[in-house]
Design a protein around this ligand. Structure first.
Ligand code: FUB
Length: 448
């Protein structure tokens, strides 16, 4: 068992499982668009506060641009099963927001004084502020209900609020508007307690926004999306003080392979393991203002520098073998003959399929928990116009074979069942390889 697998086993068994199954893979929210995830650990659960992209109808904000009317919050006890707690704040209930703008952009949430403070930017009515302002809504529980403050925070003009609570009990608010700004917050978490400062010495060329600040081993990390070239990548700078100056230290995630113009992120430590939450546009490849949130593991070098994160479709967490294993959220694909496509390109929310087109092409899905008793049966939802076979093996293409699955000829999806043999207990990587016959498309796999 790898160190990573052991972490997941301990993590998933040491915390309560949630009732509603959503997904263990990326993107983690698949029934709506979501972006700009700020993840926080509250009461042993991970809560993600994203913004909520929608497809704009005529008259809603700026055409062909971001369109956001409200916020949902999602939570998970194991980073695998996510619960959508529904809408927590909507623009029509915030007195100061100009509701013609649909501009509820990237938020944050912070626990202090026994309350949850939800910080969000939006375009203000002219009587409150000019342009973007940052408001606060307060709740007794992370999932709400939240009560918005009647007016935005004075002297904060911009987007993408983020809060840091330093070791000495001083809280700070950061936000962006061309540059990144920061100031002390009063203990009431609702008012600034210092002059606003531009955070030095961050890049001066190319858009910079979305600050997320944290402290680790005495180092203050200022992390942010930045357009170094054509689209945003995630970078970080480090300093000795919460308000800088900061020195550029590296790239956390390169530009989107899907060409999503924005990225926006947060980092979270859970039981000693760090995670990067970010977004991409896989559910909307042709319109990058409809995004989806993702999570991948992140780690540090001994000197405190951050190792670059390569975005994956597999995401994080253990997938029980008895759940539907979505092979299209793969860990690795063979260099040729394997690809991913939408099940229905007119409704991307239906998800994806894996297409194996050439003999010996394979797809690998990591960290499947087969449990403590040998499983006897596997079901595969598949389609093969001329009929084909699949070989299921563990931990490598030449690892132990646990099943051979015949997919009969046909143009309709069908669920085929096969016997599983051999020892298959514990956590393993699952490999699915195309055998003799013609191409096979796979929707999901599940063991009994
Ligand atoms: O989601 C709208 C804006 O796009 C965010 O506020 C920025 O950080 C970028 O992700």
């Amino acid at each position: 068992m790898t160190k990573n697998s052991l972490f997941w086993l301990l993590f998933s068994t040491s915390l309560l499982m949630t009732a509603g199954y959503a997904s263990a893979q990326n993107p983690i929210v698949r029934d709506q668009f979501s972006a700009d995830p700020t993840a926080r650990l509250f009461n042993g659960r991970v809560y993600v506060f994203p913004s909520h992209d929608i497809v704009a109808r005529p008259g809603q904000g700026r055409p062909n641009w971001f369109c956001m009317e409200d916020y949902h919050v999602f939570s998970s006890a194991n980073l695998t099963d996510w619960t959508d707690h529904g809408v927590i704040v909507t623009q029509k209930n915030v007195p100061w927001v100009d509701t013609t703008t649909y501009s509820m952009w990237a938020p944050d949430c912070f626990f202090r004084n026994g309350k949850y403070y939800f910080y969000f930017p939006a375009t203000a009515k002219a009587s409150y502020a000019r342009g973007y302002a940052v408001g606060v809504a307060i709740a007794d529980k992370p999932e709400g209900p939240y009560t918005p403050q009647p007016a935005p925070i004075a002297n904060v003009r911009g987007i993408d609020p983020n809060v840091l609570l330093d070791k000495d009990g001083q809280a700070y608010l950061y936000w962006s508007q061309g540059s990144i700004f920061g100031a002390k917050l009063k203990a009431n978490m609702l008012e600034l307690d210092s002059e606003v400062q531009v955070m030095a010495d961050l890049p001066k060329v190319g858009l910079i926004e979305g600050p997320f600040v944290f402290e680790r081993n005495g180092i203050y990390y200022m992390t942010y999306p930045h357009v170094q070239n054509k689209i945003e990548r995630l970078e970080y700078a480090i300093g000795d003080n919460p308000l800088g100056p900061f020195k550029f230290a590296g790239v956390i995630m390169d530009e989107s392979p899907l060409n999503c113009w924005t990225n926006h992120h947060s980092l979270l430590e859970v039981n000693g393991q760090w995670f990067l939450f970010y977004h991409q546009n896989e559910l909307s490849p042709k319109f990058d203002k409809n995004r989806s949130i993702c999570v991948d593991s992140l780690s540090f070098n001994a000197d405190g520098t951050i190792r670059k994160v390569i975005p994956t479709r597999r995401g994080v967490g253990v997938t029980p073998a008895s759940k539907t294993i979505e092979l299209d959220r793969y860990s690795h694909l063979s260099p040729a003959g394997a690809s991913i496509a939408f099940l229905d390109s007119l409704n991307t929310f239906k998800g994806w399929k894996t297409v194996l087109q050439r003999k010996d092409a394979w797809a690998q899905y990591n960290t499947v928990d087969f449990g403590s008793k040998n499983l006897k049966t596997v079901q595969v939802r598949a389609l093969s116009p001329s009929g084909g076979t699949l070989r299921l093996s563990l931990d490598g293409v030449s690892g132990p074979v646990i099943a051979d699955v015949s997919v009969p000829k046909g143009t309709e999806w069908r669920t085929v069942e096969s016997r599983v043999s051999g020892n298959n207990t514990g956590i393993h990587h699952l490999l699915v390889t195309l055998g003799d016959g013609s191409p096979v498309e796979i929707d999901w796999i599940s063991f009994k």
